[in-house]
Ligand binder design. Structure first.
Ligand code: 4AZ
Length: 244
């Protein structure tokens, strides 16, 4: 009885404080860029992690539109390409000698993008030069996928700094609509359960299904909260506009 009471209390405290009851990408394991060479980090010019991304061509990175958006700016809020770097081939972002860091030459942001919950959260960065890493092609969603990134391992931790990955179940559009009021069936997908999710800093990063890029991390309420799946941009919906 006492144990049960404590469990209820602990859950309440976790909910009120906004903390995830799960441990730590959340609930994942370490990953190496040598296994997934197309995973990249998007950073400021002084090396701060902004987002993740995926090489879809030697000089093109698929990511989220909000990663290329300046916060709190009215009017043209597109982040200038000159403020963005892409880091490839570096599992540990602190290992500055590893991999290649390249400037971004151009940003294409979906023209309809306004805010994450409205969707169209997709962008393509053109790099200043082609990278010698394997690329990933676009694909469809399935029953489960793997999300990779350098983001937080729980809601209130700093970013991981080393690449991590987690397998997440992909829910049906019907389930996502029930759980996420802003969900746009067909143009978004939602995934994750219990202690497995993407988190802050994983945005823009890849959701991989059967070896293909099916989604990019877009938003969510907190990370790995019970009944709060992460929301992703469903790339198959944007095939024609993306041209990949
Ligand atoms: C974020 O803030 C963020 N749990 C990304 C993904 C999720 C939550 C937050 C999904 O970038």
């Amino acid at each position: 009885m006492r144990g049960k009471r404590f469990a209820v209390l602990a859950t309440l405290i976790a909910l009120v404080s906004g903390a995830s009851s799960a441990d730590a990408i959340v609930g994942g394991t370490p990953a190496r860029v040598s296994d997934t060479p197309w995973v990249v980090a998007i950073t400021t010019t002084d090396g701060q992690l902004i987002c993740g991304g995926a090489l879809v061509a030697p000089d093109k990175v698929m990511t989220a539109a909000h990663c290329a958006t300046l916060k709190g700016v009215i009017g043209n809020n597109q982040r200038p390409a000159a403020q963005l770097h892409v880091v490839a081939g570096r599992t540990d972002l602190r290992a500055h000698g590893d991999g290649i860091e390249v400037q971004v030459a151009d940003v294409w942001r979906h023209p309809e993008y306004r805010e994450v919950t409205k969707g169209d959260d997709v962008a393509v960065l053109t790099l200043a030069r082609a990278l010698p890493y394997r690329t990933i092609s676009l694909g469809e969603a399935g029953d489960e996928g793997t999300v990779l990134g350098w983001g937080r391992t729980a809601e209130n931790t700093p970013p991981s700094m080393t690449l991590r990955k987690v397998t997440v179940p992909i829910l049906s559009d019907q389930e996502c609509m029930i759980k996420e009021p802003d969900y746009r069936p067909g143009a978004m997908l939602c995934a994750g359960r219990g202690n497995r999710d993407a988190c802050t800093g994983d945005s823009g990063g890849p959701l991989v299904v059967r070896g293909r890029l099916a989604g990019v991390v877009s938003y969510g309420r907190g990370c790995a909260r019970p009944d709060e799946p992460g929301v992703y941009t469903r790339l198959a919906h944007y095939r024609s506009v993306l041209g990949f």
